[in-house]
Design a protein around this ligand. Structure first.
Ligand code: SF4
Length: 261
């Protein structure tokens, strides 16, 4: 039977070699009790060794993500087997699948609800750039237009091995961070990302003034020449069109057994 001191020595030699620091020599008689390292190494090692992913998937790529968590590939080797259903308890968002315009506001809202430090991994061609649906009427051309992405995993779909490779790359990124410099401990840092607004087409609310200027204002005239600003003004409906819409609305309410007001 091994003693606690032997256990500690064994742990030092086999499992935490990477976090040991040799700037201070530990006397032989203390080797079984003392471990010298840096705060950065402990901080990063503990974060990368228990990075809990958020439990959600968007399309076919999610099946590969699920396979990665199952017994053959076994994410628990990395301390990641607990996929959390709550963004408050998650460190990593794996965007796995096609990102539709309808889904983007929900994804950004969930990202905003994750506590720092948080990371995002874009899994597959769809999440990274729209994939086979790029420029489709309902798909965005990459989730990185809306939230910051740390690692991209290519493929359609990426294999579980590719996802694990991406996760290891993320671990490397975490290991390079320093507790003194990370953004979430800086004064005045705000990680809030504006939630995109659903409309005829989705847009980034941070750009709203520029969009307004170039579609309705002087910018339209400047870009498209005289007359363009007038053409892009909202068209007013005629009385006939209004009556038709009212009739359609009443028919719909009657069908749904809702009292017509
Ligand atoms: S990248 Fe391919 S496998 Fe992944 S969600 Fe898009 S279509 Fe599906």
């Amino acid at each position: 039977m091994t003693t606690p001191a032997e256990n500690f020595l064994n742990l030092k030699q086999t499992q935490v070699q990477e976090v040991l620091h040799d700037s201070i020599a530990v006397p032989d008689e203390l080797q079984a009790n003392v471990l010298v390292t840096t705060l950065d190494k402990v901080y990063n090692w503990s974060r990368k060794s228990a990075m809990w992913p958020l439990l959600f998937g968007l399309a076919c790529c999610a099946i590969e993500m699920i396979a990665t968590a199952a017994s053959r590939y076994d994410l628990s080797r990395f301390g990641m087997e607990i996929m959390r259903p709550s963004p408050r308890q998650s460190d990593l968002m794996i965007v796995s699948g096609t990102v539709t315009k309808k889904m983007v506001p929900a994804i950004v809202r969930i990202y905003n609800q994750m506590a720092e430090p948080r990371y995002v991994l874009s899994m597959g061609a769809c999440a990274t750039g729209g994939g086979p649906f790029k420029e489709g009427y309902n798909v965005v051309s990459g989730i990185d237009t809306y939230i910051p992405v740390d690692v991209y995993v290519p493929g359609c779909p990426p294999t579980p091995e590719a996802l694990i490779y991406g996760l290891l790359k993320l671990h490397e990124k975490v290991e390079r961070q320093s507790i003194a410099k990370v953004s979430w401990y800086q004064k005045g840092y705000s990680g809030f990302v504006p939630v995109p607004v659903l409309g005829p087409d989705i847009f980034d609310p941070r750009q709203v003034e520029i969009i307004r200027e170039h579609t309705l204002g002087e910018g339209a005239a400047r870009v498209g020449g005289a007359g363009v600003a007038e053409r892009v003004q909202p068209r007013l409906l005629s009385a006939e069109q209004k009556a038709h819409l009212e009739e359609v609305r009443k028919r719909f309410l009657a069908k749904m057994n809702v009292p017509v007001t």
